[in-house]
Ligand binder design. Structure first.
Ligand SMILES: [Zn+2]
Length: 235
């Protein structure tokens, strides 16, 4: 049940009154439209226990995608069903508690690999987009993963220099064009280092290829990639 507690701070002031009205309004909305599980729709806050358990029990299906310049990306499953729902909920519905659960998949995969990265990094969002969404969903997964494998997370290894249009609906070639020269590397910390980029979904690999290229251009010794899902067969 939503909390009935309202802000007690100076409710007699116009700002305090407005806050109190807003909170009562939110409570009313929660009664009329109760929060539901983002996966199955039953009334619950966030994902319900059954869907969370289902996500945790979803088997890992390791998939390797070789991209340009000996850059390899490993994914933990196909972009479908509960994994797609989880990534969608994380990205668009603020279900950020799913990030560490999803990161666990990468941790299991990573234990089987002989990769020895110095840093974990992620695909940066354009600052304008980041300000609008408030968080980088891929960054949340990368951060949780770095924590789980006890490696340093370097979120600013790459900077996004251009705002791009959405890749959805673009052909492989259009995606490549759209992502050209979008990233630059902050070169101080990555000189001679092995980098592992974490992203949510791999489609054509245009974004991750550009990121890898920017890191190598910036002085990294080698780059690997990991994503939760891959949708590369659909392209
Ligand atoms: Zn559910």
């Amino acid at each position: 049940m939503p909390s009935l507690e309202i802000n007690q701070e100076a409710p007699h002031t116009p700002a305090g009154l407005l806050l109190a009205i807003r909170q009562i309004g939110q409570w009313g909305l929660d009664l009329l439209f109760p929060p539901r599980c983002g996966n199955c729709g039953r009334v619950d806050i966030g994902w319900c226990d059954a869907c969370t358990a289902l996500l945790q029990a979803t088997p890992i299906a390791s998939h390797t995608t070789p991209l340009n310049n000996a850059f390899t990306v490993i994914s933990s499953g196909i972009h479908a069903d509960i994994l797609r729902e989880a990534l969608h909920n994380l990205k668009y519905l603020r279900q950020t508690q799913l990030a560490p659960l999803l990161a666990t998949r990468l941790t299991h995969l990573f234990a089987e690999l002989d990769w020895r990265p110095d840093f974990i990094t992620t695909v940066p969002m354009h600052p304008k987009k980041l300000a609008k969404r408030g968080y980088n969903q891929a960054g949340l997964i990368a951060d949780a993963f770095a924590d789980q494998v006890n490696l340093p997370y370097l979120p600013d290894a790459l900077i996004r220099t251009k705002e791009t249009i959405s890749q959805v609906g673009l052909s492989a070639q259009e995606r490549q064009e759209n992502m050209r020269d979008v990233f630059n590397a902050h070169s101080n910390e990555i000189q001679g280092k092995i980098m592992l980029i974490v992203d949510d979904v791999l489609t054509t690999g245009a974004t991750l290829s550009e990121c890898a290229e920017a890191l190598i251009d910036g002085g990294a010794q080698a780059v690997f990639g990991m994503t939760i899902t891959h949708a590369s067969d659909k392209q």
